[in-house]
Ligand binder design. Structure first.
Ligand SMILES: *[C@@H]1O[C@H](CO)[C@@H](O)[C@H](O)[C@H]1NC(C)=O
Ligand SMILES: *[C@@H]1O[C@H](CO)[C@@H](O)[C@H](O)[C@H]1NC(C)=O
Ligand SMILES: *[C@@H]1O[C@H](CO)[C@@H](O)[C@H](O)[C@H]1NC(C)=O
Length: 493
């Protein structure tokens, strides 16, 4: 029957079309997978294009860094009352790591209108006069004498917290920078987040490096043997904190995998630095070079900044440069190193000779911003695997390429590919090889990498980005148990 035959034909044709459609869908999906992973296939960057506008993400169980998401710059949906516990509140510009993070983040949150209460150590008599004052009425300090070991006195700060919590509006969220608030006090608080700036498991890598670099005359450190028990100890007590913020993708992975903290309680928020201060400005860079007498014939200006101590890898850098200068006349003519900061290695660097190095001394933030603009590449040979170094982020936002030791926080979150710079092992040979490569690549290549760094920096490492992510986390965990507000834990791109 012709009618049935026709229907058969139509049916076959439809099947054929459907198969073609199915096959092409499958192949385009696999192409997209292939395409995504043909670049640096980092876990934080494997989001499929169609996920961008698709259904909401549950932020609490989101595994990659929140910095990859974009949060609204509009005023927050509600103003929070936030408690911060931090061992020491820094003086404006002289602060590294944890204290810098505390300062940048919480001043920014206060500027967003939140009510901030900082529980911290009172200044010592010697620097009493210099405890900073801020013009904001929503930023409050609760000072106390630290214990002899330098920790916050837990009984006192707890009492201060209770008093503030019960006599006026209760706190929406409690944030502690590392063990500012000890786990014994933190254990029953569900609206609490702790930010780790270095955990013992990461420090094992540091200990291994230190042991490998130890000269035969130096006594063996006990740190290495003791560190593993410290890790076990941390695995036990970290559980007591409700929410954990890791400052690198690697630390997030370790907290979930080694420390066995449930995924919905581990959140990765990478550090951010002030993008208003650290930005490209070639005029400032040129002025800086003139002011400090960098000779015009130098075609490669290396820069280092921070505390000039052994832990930051200065013995390695010193030896690598010394050897390159002695072995290679062209390298010696072309290259100069600018070193900002102070510490025991400031004096030793001068032995490299005036033509190859300028020791700048400590710089404040404004000078430091000019310093980044004066250099061609920023070098960070740190031996410390824990935490996430701010200097690399500052250099990147200034549009400069970076080179650093191959530790997991850096290779996993910062220098994730050759387009941003160079990584090396913490040995003189490996550092020499990387420095030679930088010199061979030359300024043009470095400028291109610097542009890639600036783009990544703007995308991930601004103080604004970090603040927005923490604000969202705090909004989310402050609503725990409140169904009407749970939406703040959902993210729609
Ligand atoms: C620090 O200065 C304040 C007033 O600014 C004063 O009340 C306090 O006693 C001083 N503390 C010390 C330890 O000198
Ligand atoms: C603060 O007060 C609220 C309301 O009374 C209470 O639920 C909360 O547990 C208190 N927080 C702390 C840290 O004591
Ligand atoms: C936390 O809760 C447990 C059990 O409810 C209780 O025994 C303990 O004393 C509480 N700890 C603190 C610091 O409040």
């Amino acid at each position: 029957m012709p009618v049935a035959k026709d229907q058969m034909a139509i049916f076959r044709f439809r099947c054929f079309c459907f198969t073609i459609l199915l096959l092409s869908t499958i192949s385009s999906i696999s192409f997209l997978f292939w395409y995504q992973c043909s670049g640096p296939c980092n876990s934080s960057e494997t989001q499929m294009p169609w996920q961008k506008q698709s259904q909401a993400i549950n932020l609490l169980s989101h595994a990659s860094a929140w910095n990859h998401l974009s949060f609204s710059a509009q005023p927050p949906p509600k103003l929070l009352k936030v408690a911060l516990f931090v061992k020491k509140w820094p003086h404006r510009s002289h602060a590294g790591g944890l204290e810098r993070h505390a300062l940048t983040l919480h001043l920014a949150l206060a500027r967003r209108g939140h009510e901030l209460h900082v529980f911290t150590a009172s200044p010592t008599a010697a620097n009493n006069a210099s405890f900073p004052r801020y013009p904001m009425t929503n930023l409050h300090f609760h000072l106390s004498q630290p214990t002899s070991a330098g920790y916050l006195d837990q009984a006192i700060v707890w009492k201060q917290l209770q008093l503030q919590n019960s006599t006026s509006r209760p706190f929406d969220v409690i944030h502690t920078e590392s063990v500012g608030l000890l786990h014994t006090r933190a254990r029953n608080l569900t609206n609490l987040a702790v930010t780790w700036h270095g955990i013992a498991y990461e420090t094992v890598h540091t200990d291994i490096i230190q042991e490998l670099l130890r000269s035969p005359e130096e006594p063996q450190s006990y740190a290495l043997a003791e560190r593993v028990m410290k890790v076990v100890d941390e695995v036990r007590f970290f559980q007591n904190y409700a929410h954990h913020v890791a400052t690198s993708d690697h630390a997030g992975d370790v907290l979930r995998r080694i420390y066995m903290i449930p995924v919905e309680r581990v959140h990765v928020i990478l550090n951010g630095v002030d993008e208003e201060i650290f930005k490209p400005d070639s005029v400032k860079g040129m002025e800086f070079k003139r002011k400090f007498g960098v000779p015009g014939r130098k075609t490669l200006v290396l820069g280092m900044a921070g505390r000039l101590v052994k832990d930051k890898g200065h013995p390695l850098m010193f030896e690598a440069l010394k050897q390159l200068i002695a072995e290679n006349g062209a390298f010696r003519n072309d290259v100069i190193l600018l070193v900002a900061g102070d510490g025991p290695w400031a004096a030793r660097y001068k032995d490299l000779g005036a033509g190859s190095i300028i020791v700048l001394g400590p710089l404040d933030h404004v000078q430091l911003a000019s310093f980044y603009n004066a250099i061609d590449i920023f070098v960070n040979p740190t031996l410390r695997a824990q935490g996430l170094d701010h200097t690399l982020l500052e250099a990147m936002l200034s549009g400069k390429p970076v080179m650093a030791t191959r530790v997991a926080s850096i290779t996993g979150s910062v220098i994730v590919g050759g387009e941003m710079g160079y990584t090396f092992s913490p040995t003189v040979a490996s550092l020499k090889k990387a420095l030679s490569k930088v010199w061979e690549d030359g300024r043009e290549v470095l400028e291109k990498k610097g542009e890639a760094c600036r783009q990544r920096g703007l995308q991930l490492f601004t103080a604004t980005k970090m603040t927005a992510a923490y604000e969202r986390l705090f909004l989310c965990i402050s609503t725990a148990g409140n169904r009407d507000e749970q939406d703040l834990c959902q993210y729609r791109g």
